[in-house]
Design a protein around this ligand. Structure first.
Ligand code: CS2
Length: 498
């Protein structure tokens, strides 16, 4: 086993030294030119977009390399730059580890420190697609309305100084302006984040930002830029040092920031790319004219179950999703969630049996090779609860039905905001509005009715149809009181016993 602290570093010159079992770019990277700028270099895009695109490049389409841009933290750029953009995908299932070095990212940049170079790259005519994974909060939208949050501090700062943008909408608009002024056709903007109708939300925030800059630019974006939607799926836990050690041992080389993922991957893309796109379908992506049923199924069934497991697990001291699936009660709770509250709200999905899809999800969640931390999934609840669980609940309520399991998740999230269980377990809430939410939770920590009332009043999260529904509120406050007084197992037993 090689020692990760002394081994040589992964890089172009060392590709030839990789052990035979390690996958590697099946093409000459020196001959590949960039066609995509990708914004947001987190693990997910490198385990998903990077892999699909690597497959396309291997099939001979050499004009679709990716320039990767991180918007804020420099760490990932610092890690990948000395590796010539190369990194390893560690694909894990039941002790079966497969390693593959991905070559699709030709260069990596940090927008905070190299803004001019990033804008120039985005303005290059050969860049025809800009892809995005910046997580829900990166869009600077109001989750309840899906519109640009015009008082978001980064938005107001970018409107005051639009040629030096820091926000996602500000950056895209400035790049589009540079292209317009140079007579270069606009790129297509492809969101790959877990937002419902992510293309529409992206179009709304980018167009509104452009309008606020100037009316002509607003019209140019509204009329001339395509924003297809896409549904993305691959479970990708944050990389841990143990994963780096596994990769170093397998490669005989150090990789500062490999990515870990499950074998499963899915990408359903709305096929609207006026200036061309990679043939991602050759890598298994589904190109369609309607992503909506797929994304509804995925956001609700996968992500909604994830959030439910996450809040109940953090409260109950369960560290990973796989451990949660080994609990005697939690899998039964998410089965109820799927059957009672979520599957009935999913429209027919072409070629897919939604009930069978949830059985497959349960198997994916059980994958013991994937240590997906429940605290990681607990982040940004203010952004995630709406699309995953509150919108389907609102749809059930509109049909005269009462959601059964979602109030339990909401109660768990409310108890989670207290940042301790009062019995010695503590954790930290990560959320763009954490200070506001945790202040409420600390003020009313031992008063479930007051706590839930104050949180239901946060209108960016709770639509009126939920906040004003007596049954939903009562169920939530009952579960919250039980979680606080009796803990998770007793509350779940009571819930399942009903
Ligand atoms: C998770 C997602 O962290 C979370 O909120 O639910 O990252 C999930 O793992 C992916 O969407 C799977 O495709």
């Amino acid at each position: 086993m090689s020692d990760p602290t002394t081994a040589a570093r992964l890089g172009t010159a060392r590709l030839a030294t990789l052990p035979a079992a390690v996958g590697r770019p099946g093409y000459d990277r020196a001959k590949v030119t960039p066609g995509i700028v990708h914004l947001g270099l987190g693990a997910f895009s490198r385990a998903h977009l990077g892999v699909y695109t690597d497959d396309v490049l291997a099939s001979g389409a050499s004009d679709w390399g990716i320039i990767g841009v991180n918007l804020r933290s420099p760490g990932i750029v610092d890690a990948l730059k000395p590796q010539d953009g190369l990194y390893t995908l560690l694909c894990r299932e039941n002790g079966d580890d497969r390693l593959r070095v991905i070559g699709a990212f030709l260069d990596v940049m940090n927008a905070a420190t190299e803004l001019e170079a990033v804008l120039q790259a985005m303005a290059r005519p050969e860049i025809r697609v800009v892809t995005i994974t910046v997580t829900e909060k990166g869009y600077c939208h109001d989750p309840a309305t899906s519109r640009l949050n015009e008082v978001h501090p980064m938005v107001t700062a970018d409107l005051a100084d639009p040629m030096h943008p820091r926000s996602l909408p500000g950056l895209i608009v400035e790049a589009l302006r540079l292209r317009r002024d140079a007579g270069v056709p606009p790129f297509t903007v492809l969101s790959c984040d877990n937002l419902p109708q992510n293309g529409r939300i992206t179009k709304a925030v980018v167009t509104r930002f452009a309008q606020l800059r100037d009316a002509d630019l607003g019209r140019y974006v509204a009329d001339g830029v395509a924003f297809p939607s896409s549904m993305v799926d691959r479970i990708t836990p944050a990389t841990k040092d143990a994963d780096r050690a596994t990769v170093a041992a397998g490669l005989g080389l150090d990789d500062a920031w490999p990515v870990v993922a499950e074998p499963f991957r899915q990408w359903v893309i709305e096929d609207r790319f006026p200036t061309g796109r990679p043939a991602w379908e050759t890598a298994g992506a589904v190109l369609t004219d309607d992503v909506h049923p797929f994304e509804t199924m995925k956001l609700r069934c996968l992500n909604g179950a994830h959030s439910t497991l996450a809040y109940l697990s953090v409260l109950g001291g369960i560290e990973t999703v796989a451990d949660a699936m080994a609990d005697p009660l939690l899998p039964k709770v998410i089965r109820r969630l799927w059957d009672d509250d979520l599957i009935p709200t999913v429209p027919p999905v072409p070629g897919t049996d939604v009930a069978a899809y949830t059985l497959d999800l349960a198997a994916r969640f059980r994958n013991p090779g994937i240590r997906h931390l429940t605290i990681q999934i607990s982040s940004d609840g203010s952004q995630k609860l709406g699309p995953r669980l509150l919108t389907p609940s609102a749809e059930l309520i509109a049909e005269g039905r009462t959601p059964k399991a979602v109030p339990l998740t909401i109660a768990a999230w409310m108890a989670f905001l207290r940042e301790s269980d009062g019995r010695g377990r503590v954790w930290t809430v990560a959320d763009p509005i954490a200070p506001r939410l945790t202040a409420i939770a600390h003020e009313y920590r031992d008063d479930p009715p007051a706590l839930s009332e104050a949180l239901f009043a946060v209108s960016e999260i709770f639509p009126a149809v939920i906040a004003g529904n007596t049954d939903f509120r009562k169920a939530t406050v009952d579960h919250l009181a039980s979680l606080i007084a009796h803990g998770v197992p007793a509350t779940l037993s009571a819930f399942l016993g009903r």
